[in-house]
Design a protein around this ligand. Structure first.
Ligand code: FES
Ligand code: FE2
Length: 446
């Protein structure tokens, strides 16, 4: 194995089968509550949703819920979203609070979670101690602009959960990016089926035929602990997927880069920026038709960097080598992914929609670096499936049939590609550890 194979891990993993119970079984979906969601670190929100002390976000996962609140300029904490009296939910959605007040019998807490009011408290004599009255704490981890929570007081340390993610992702400075848009929708498939469509490139040229002319061939996967990097050739020097162009297929590389950039802009509405599109149009002014792929790519990056700099957007300084080895997409166990770029990014989280294994809630967002003072105000918009840009819609239309097909009778199993769908295998290895069931099994022994 040469060095690049070792880094990219595009060598074959063991061929495995994954029983479909993880996708379709109501019992499995119910067991995820206690075995997975009550135990695992999970993305709750981004820090930018909590700019001021007192700003809060309610994070719901199945029937569990946390209040994430900023309590200081650099302090964010989380509480279980349940009243210490008779259990009513305290918050819904997001907002700003000086204190949290229960709407049932008006008990109240300050932002630090300390009780500040109980009506007719003397009726309890001294039994209602501060400890009994304090809001339950939920663990918080902050990284790359995201706020993670964990409902398990004895959970693994957040840094341990992150593993090598900071090494790869931190150079992209995603904490300095802000929402460009936020959208959510409900799709009739299991949350894992949805996520898996976004952590493999194997389907890209089939479900997304518009990408065929830009495809740079095979992708690669590299699992590191619970998480997996997904990459493609052509990422070298690219911003987002801007440079994912197969040099062998292009005649006029300027034309191909412009078409690829415009395609991303229109069909994903993320992973590239207005600046990249404008720079791609300018290529025709500064380069001849005969310019090589490398010349076109480097010129695009240099022009886009300068154009952004002129409007006050300073890119993250990431070497071409680091960009290549990071890949374009990371699956963050269990249910989120991040796609880092030098000036933009994309994030996704998929949650179960109640205990119905056939339904999931997708939250997606585009991120971008904005000039100071020009950060847009972005609402989380519910967008029906039909209104999403083309690439998303193509996946959404495919997934219900994936869910339905897995339900045919017999001992059904899924058989991911051991090279370019390793992220899926790794997800189920991780799930198997949490769930105590459903781990991939070697195909030879099946
Ligand atoms: S349930 Fe909250 S004050 Fe009674
Ligand atoms: Fe897709």
């Amino acid at each position: 194995m040469n060095k690049m194979q070792a880094i990219r891990s595009d060598v074959s993993d063991e061929a495995v089968e994954i029983p479909v119970a993880a996708y379709i079984s109501p019992d499995y979906a119910r067991a995820e509550r206690t075995h997975l969601w009550d135990k695992v670190w999970q993305v709750a929100c981004r820090e930018e949703e909590l700019p001021n002390v007192g700003d809060y976000v309610t994070y719901d996962i199945l029937e569990n819920s946390a209040i994430i609140v900023r309590t200081g300029p650099d302090e964010i904490v989380a509480y279980t979203n349940t009243c210490r009296h008779r259990g009513r939910r305290l918050t819904d959605g997001c907002g700003h609070a000086e204190k949290f007040a229960c709407k049932y019998h008006a008990w109240q807490w300050n932002l630090k979670g300390e009780n500040i009011h109980v009506s007719e408290k003397q009726d309890w004599s001294a039994a209602l101690t501060d400890e009994k009255l304090r809001l339950g704490r939920v663990k918080v981890g902050r990284w790359a602009g995201y706020v993670y929570v964990n409902f398990d007081p004895g959970c693994e340390p957040f840094e341990q959960f992150l593993g090598t993610l900071p090494h790869w992702i931190d150079p992209f400075e995603m904490g300095k990016m802000r929402y460009k848009w936020r959208r959510w929708t409900i799709i009739p498939c299991n949350w894992k089926a949805m996520l898996e469509a976004f952590i493999e490139t194997y389907h890209a040229s089939i479900i997304h035929p518009q990408n065929r002319k830009f495809s740079s061939g095979r992708g690669w996967n590299r699992s590191e602990g619970m998480h997996t990097a997904i990459g493609t050739a052509g990422r070298e020097g690219g911003g987002g997927l801007t440079a994912s162009v197969d040099p062998a297929r292009a005649k006029d590389h300027r034309q191909t880069v412009l078409a690829a950039t415009t395609n991303l802009h229109e069909t994903v509405e993320a992973l590239t920026t207005d600046t990249f599109v404008a720079a791609a149009k300018k290529l025709f002014d500064v380069l001849p038709e005969t310019a090589s792929a490398a010349e076109v790519s480097n010129t695009l990056m240099n022009m886009a960097r300068e154009m952004d700099q002129a409007r006050g957007v300073i890119w993250a300084d990431v070497s071409a080598e680091h960009m290549r080895d990071t890949g374009f997409n990371w699956h963050v166990f269990p249910n989120s992914l991040i796609e880092p770029g030098v000036s933009c990014g994309l994030g996704m989280r998929v949650r179960p929609n109640g205990y119905d294994p056939d339904s999931c809630i997708l939250d997606a967002h585009a991120l971008e670096r904005f000039p100071e003072g020009e950060v847009p105000k972005v609402e989380n918009v519910h967008l029906p499936k039909e209104q999403w840009p083309l690439l998303w819609l193509q996946d959404f239309e495919n997934l219900p049939d994936v869910q339905r097909g897995m339900k045919c009778s017999g001992d059904q199993a899924v058989r991911p590609n051991p090279v370019v769908e390793k992220a899926i295998i790794n997800l189920h290895r991780g799930l198997g550890k949490y769930m105590g069931a459903g781990a991939p099994r070697p195909m030879a022994q099946s």
